[in-house]
Every structure is written in structure tokens, then in C-alpha cells.
Design a binder for this molecule. Structure first.
Ligand code: HEC
Ligand code: HEC
Length: 485
């Protein structure tokens, strides 16, 4: 089921567009390849087909203007169809607080566990698994309750409203066929069945997991799967935790729990200190509205959402057991899920708060977070009459000479010790005196030379581009151009 021919993917895309219940007029629900072939008979079970219809059904939102597919667009690897940091809700006066993740390669996510084993077999147990960026949804079946009932997303006031919309909609009879004639008699059971159908769709629909990237062809030793010199250098840097970029320490390349290969995540949660996405960033056209309130802090695994219990639904937060409240140092605060990097090059918004808008920027952040925090965080003090120019990739174009950057400004000081200091290179890092830090966990000294060169970063971006599904080897491989030599 996981390996699928490109032709079949096209026809599945066509089915998606054709079955898009109410979404055919909207570009967000169509796929780039949807025009390529006529709809073919669906290979999906009845449940999954129902889930597919629900996934595209805009009538399940308060203003009948938003489906799951509006934010998780099939044309963008089931990620956001635009570069907005966060999406507007069905009520457009309300806005989300997190960037929309891709839904590809999610079905084999293990359940959330405070004490999960690491796939590398070496790293000690730590929080891992679960859905949402803070693991608070236990399964793909309980997850839909969050967007359906969240006022800033689909904004239904109760499970009853959602069930009534299905009951009075065009596929009510199909819903009864699959879940029983009496299904609408029990609101909570019917609401859970909606989640069940959505889960089945995400498990069965082949376009969620096609394994058709250039990287897949390469590791599968398939024809045309040769990486270029630049991509090969990028892959080496990605994997090398001693002298390279050490990305694979978290974006795990090997076999995962469910035997799948190269999901580019170890399913753990890490605090890497993304800058606060607010108006302190000059010319920020896209700050998170919630961040205008200085007391709002999104701390991932330790809240504010990880403990939410949705009243009247079977869904409760599956977040950390050790939630202790905001004033007690909690090792989970600031940790977010390590996302898969598959199809990451199709995105234009990165990290949980969408603060970055290009891969070059993301990797430069990893590279210079500790050596040049003034690129990424607001600074105070210094000689404001002497502004130092920062590189073009920086969030802050200038900083006053001698100023102090407010590193990790999106996490209260009490939790800043949770930040992973090994970035960007993992073990074997040397400190200012040239000695290797035994635990590999020493931050690179301020204004020391960063680990990676701009060439390294370009190579890493070339490698990340090989993770995009739907790769078709060119008849004649190019001998020049970007990402070749
Ligand atoms: C308004 C935009 C929006 C809509 C509509 C929406 N989502 Fe999401 N989705 C998000 C965001 C944002 C997240 C991350 C939320 C978080 O971590 O709190 C997310 C997370 C998820 C995840 C977890 C992914 C992961 O990496 O663990 C799944 C699965 C998902 N959504 C499925 C759905 C389904 C099914 C629907 C329709 C019932 C839906 N979404 C509707 C924005 C949306
Ligand atoms: C210590 C673990 C760790 C290491 C090492 C690491 N990452 Fe990440 N990466 C994360 C986490 C956690 C996130 C999500 C952060 C957030 O949402 O705030 C992330 C997010 C990303 C994203 C954004 C993806 C998205 O969908 O928004 C990219 C791209 C990325 N990492 C690439 C890399 C590269 C390239 C390297 C090596 C230079 C690397 N990472 C090293 C943990 C790590």
C-alpha cells in the first residue's frame, strides 16, 4: 500500500478533487496533477471514502467556509496552501496560534509517551509520539475534535452541531450505511465516528505516503535515483553529528518504530528556541496575533494547550503527565514535536510559530543561534548610534554595536535551561578553548565562527529538496545549474 505508481497517485489526486464535496470551486482542495487523468475507481474502503468526503466538507465549519483541506491542502503535501505564519479561522476575525503541519507520513506515529524509547536505540527515553505539535491528540481518530470545536479553527460550538451538519448533508445516508442506521441517535458516538472516518482516510489514502521522492529512489537503489554532488554533500552534513550539521540526531533518517524508513523525525520533542513571532521583528508582516499579548506564551509540551480537555467529547489532552503549572520549572516547557522533513521544501512557513519563511533562514538560524543571537532576537543596550549590519537572512537587519541579544525570547527565563544547546552540530562540539565538550552540549561561544559555511547551507537545502514526493527523473540529468555540482 505504501508504494504506489505515479500514475495511480495522479488518479487518486483526481478523485480527491472530484470527491471534494463542496470544495471543487476552491483551489486549496485540488492537486497540481489533478487534471492529468480521469477519476478511477477508488481503492479506499467505505469508511475511508466517507472520511475523504468529510475531509473536504466545508459545511462542518461555523461559516461553511472551511474544511480540513483548507489548511491541509493536498496540493501542498497536506500542509498550508500559503505562506501565512498561522491561518485565519472559519470566523475570519480569529486567527490560529501555530503553523499548520503537513499531514503526510503521520499514520505511523506512535502514541504519546512521556517515557518513549528513541529509535536510535542509544538516546535515553524521553517524551515522544502523539499528534499535534505538543502530542495532545492520542490518535488520528480523536484528533479531529480539536479543529472541529476550536473557536479559532472550524469553530463549531459543540459536537452536536457537527453531527447535525453531517445528518442534514448530502452524505448522511452513506454515513448511516457505514456506521449503522441509528448512528445519529447518539451524538457522541456519531461524533467519534466522524473522527474514525477521518482517521481511516488518512491511513488508507495513498497520497499521504507515496515514498516517491528523489531520496526514496536513491535509498531504494532505483533507476535515476542518483544524488548530485551537492545533494550528496548535503546528506553527509545532515547525517554527520561530529563534524557536520547533525540534523539526523533529531530528524532521524533510519528505520522508525513502525519499520518505515526515513521519516526524518525521531518523534521526540525538543526545545530549540524559535524566536517569538511578534511585532518586535522589524517589518514583520505576519506576527501571530495572540503574541500581541505579552503574557501569552506557547510552550508546547507543557501548555497552554497540552492539557486541554474538550468538554463533552471523548478527546482529552494526552499531554505530559508532569504538567506542574507555569511557575514551576518543568523540563517539558518549550519543547515541540520534531517534525518530519519529508516535503519540507514545499512549505513556505517553518517552525511551530511560523517565524521563518525559507529553508535558508531556518538552517542559518540553527547555525548562528548561539554565535550571533542578534540576528534572531531583539537586542537591548549597546551604542545605538553605531548600527551593525546583519546578513540578509537575519530576522533583525541591524543591531546596535555592543548590544545584548535577548536569546530565547519566546520562553520565560525559568525554562530557558530546557533549550537544546547542541545545535547545530550535536556531539563532538569544541568549546572556545578547542577542547571537545564531553556531553557535546556546550553552546558555541558568542561571535565565534559558526559551524557551517554558506556553501554547506546551500548543500543542505539541496538535500532537503530531494525529500519532495512525486519526483520524476529527467531524461537527461542536468550537468550544471543549482544543486548539481
Ligand atoms: C484553520 C486551519 C486548520 C484546519 C481547518 C484543520 N487543521 Fe489540522 N492542524 C492545524 C494546525 C495549526 C495544527 C497544529 C496544531 C497544534 O499543534 O496545536 C494541526 C494539526 C493537525 C494534525 C496533527 C499533525 C501532527 O503533526 O501531529 C492532524 C492529524 C490534523 N491537523 C488533521 C486535521 C483534520 C482531520 C481536520 C479537519 C477535521 C483539520 N486538521 C482541520 C490547522 C488546521
Ligand atoms: C535537537 C534536535 C534537532 C536538531 C539537531 C535539528 N532539528 Fe530541525 N527541528 C527540531 C524541532 C524540535 C523542530 C520544530 C521546532 C518548532 O516547531 O519550534 C524542527 C524544525 C525544523 C524545520 C522546520 C520544519 C517545519 O515543518 O516547520 C526544518 C526545515 C528543520 N528543522 C531542519 C533541520 C536541519 C536542516 C537541521 C540540521 C542543521 C536540524 N533541523 C537539526 C529539532 C531538531
Amino acid at each position: 500500500m505504501r508504494t504506489l505508481s505515479l500514475a495511480l497517485i495522479c488518479s487518486v489526486s483526481a478523485i480527491l478533487a472530484a470527491c471534494g464535496g463542496g470544495s471543487s470551486s476552491s483551489s486549496d482542495a485540488s492537486s497540481p496533477s489533478s487534471g492529468a487523468s480521469a477519476p478511477a475507481a477508488s481503492t479506499l474502503s467505505q469508511k475511508a471514502q466517507l472520511g475523504q468526503t468529510i475531509f473536504f466538507d466545508k459545511s462542518l465549519s461555523s461559516n461553511k467556509n472551511m474544511a480540513c483541506a483548507s489548511c491541509h491542502s493536498p496540493a501542498y503535501a497536506y500542509g498550508p496552501p500559503n505562506s501565512l505564519s498561522v491561518q485565519l479561522g472559519s470566523d475570519p476575525s480569529l486567527s490560529g496560534v501555530r503553523a499548520v503541519p503537513s499531514l503526510r507520513y503521520k499514520a505511523m506515529t506512535p502514541p504519546y509517551d512521556d517515557n518513549a524509547a528513541n529509535p536510535d536505540g542509544v538516546t535515553q527515553n524521553a517524551p515522544g509520539g502523539g499528534f499535534m505539535l505538543d502530542g495532545r491528540a492520542t490518535t488520528l481518530a480523536t484528533q479531529p475534535a480539536f479543529p472541529l470545536l476550536n473557536p479559532i479553527e472550524m469553530n463549531n460550538s459543540s459536537p452536536d452541531v457537527v453531527v447535525k451538519a453531517v445528518q442534514s448533508g448530502p452524505y448522511a445516508a452513506r454515513f448511516q450505511q457505514v456506521y449503522g442506521q441509528g448512528v445519529f441517535g447518539n451524538t457522541m458516538a456519531a461524533f467519534n465516528d466522524i473522527g474514525d472516518a477521518l482517521q481511516q482516510f488518512q491511513i488508507e489514502e495513498p497520497s499521504f505516503e507515496t515514498y516517491t521522492s528523489k531520496f526514496d529512489l536513491y535509498i531504494g537503489n532505483k533507476l535515476g535515483g542518483t544524488l548530485t554532488a551537492a545533494e550528496t554533500r548535503g546528506l553527509k552534513l545532515f547525517n554527520d553529528t561530529t563534524n557536520g550539521a547533525g540534523c539526523a540526531a533529531c530528524h532521524y533518517v533510519g528505520a522508525n518504530f513502525q519499520g518505515s524508513v526515513g521519516l526524518m523525525t525521531d518523534f521526540t520533542y525538543q526545545a530549540i528556541g524559535a524566536p517569538r513571532n511578534d511585532a518586535s521583528i522589524p517589518n514583520n508582516t505576519d506576527p501571530i496575533p495572540a503574541n500581541a499579548n505579552a503574557s501569552f506564551v506557547d510552550m508546547g509540551l507543557c501548555g497552554p494547550y497540552a492539557t486541554i480537555h474538550i468538554p463533552g467529547s471523548a478527546t482529552s489532552g494526552a499531554g505530559p503527565d508532569s504538567f506542574t503549572g507555569v511557575n514551576v520549572p518543568d523540563p517539558y516547557c518549550g519543547r515541540f514535536k520534531v517534525p518530519t522533513l519529508r516535503n519540507v521544501a514545499t512549505r513556505s512557513v517553518f517552525f511551530h510559530n511560523g517565524v521563518f519563511h525559507s529553508l535558508v533562514q531556518v538552517i542559518n538560524f540553527y547555525n548562528t543561534r548561539d554565535t550571533n543571537p542578534e540576528y534572531w532576537y531583539p537586542s537591548t543596550g549597546g551604542d545605538s548610534s553605531h548600527q551593525v549590519q546583519n546578513p540578509s537572512f537575519a530576522l533583525f537587519p541591524t543591531a546596535a554595536s555592543g548590544a545584548t541579544a535577548q536569546s530565547f525570547n519566546d520562553l520565560p527565563a525559568a525554562y530557558q535551561g530546557n533549550i537544546d544547546e547542541e545545535l547545530p552540530m550535536g556531539q563532538g562540539q569544541t568549546d572556545a578553548g578547542g577542547t571537545t565538550a564531553a556531553d557535546g552540549a556546550k553552546p558555541r561561544p558568542i561571535h565565534s565562527t559558526p559551524q557551517l559555511t554558506q556553501q554547506d547551507i546551500a548543500d543542505l537545502v539541496c538535500f532537503l529538496n530531494t525529500l519532495t514526493d512525486g519526483y520524476q527523473p529527467p531524461a537527461t540529468p542536468p550537468t550544471s545549474g543549482s544543486c548539481v555540482n
